[in-house]
Design a protein around this ligand. Sequence first.
Ligand code: SF4
Length: 266
Amino acid sequence: MFNINDTIAVAVSGGKDSISMLHILAKMKTIRPKTTLIAVTIDEGINGYRDEALRIASSECSKLEVPHKTFSFKQLFGFTLDELVTRRIGKANERLTACAYCGVLRRRAMNIAAREVGANKISTAHTLDDEVQTILMNIFRGDLTRLMKGKPLTDEVHPTLVRKVKPFCEIPEKESALYAYVKKIEFQATPCPYASEALRNDFRSMINAMEERHAGIKFSVFRSIERLRLDLNQLPKHEVHGECAECGEPSSGSLCKVCELLKTLK
Ligand code: SF4
């Protein structure tokens, strides 16, 4: 996933997984001095929730001497997530959850942030649990394109789309939490107020119940898809990456998802 002279934008939300990843990458840097780390936090603008995470992220970064930058939805898109959620009422996308908006905007924000700090990789702390949930959600939606794209090291598809790596993709969430507890790392434990709206929660409960009864099933799902991706990669690709007519960011359609969402809300 990493080359020796990478400049890595480390996505730090302030939760246990991202802070544990930051600690491990900082440790990696001590034996790879040519690697540059810059921690990036995206402030979605969630009242009473993000403030604590920002404080923790900033304090852990200064302890580890990793430069830290924050980028906000408000500054990049003109709205906080709270404002967007209020605006969706009565609009065509009313039934979209807060997480649906948040996910699309956060991916864009992270890519802009990575470019601004001069990174050639974005490292996110998606754990094995996150990966398996996403895989099953994409299978249930019949979304083969996303299933293929969600690799632990994403393909180079557009010069302005920074490649993503997921060094925790084979680490169960419980182990990442255990690492944080053993190392006495401070992290934000309060969940996001919008988390209960997420479809992901249903998949999390289902997969955890399966894992209880059939230990190792999370690893099996992950590895099966990794094998399948090798075969799917041989198929001709239909997705063409151009630029959005509105904002100029990489997009597979004439209008990118971010502009589509913001247009409806405006
Ligand atoms: Fe965003 Fe949903 Fe995560 Fe909250 S739970 S930070 S709204 S994706």
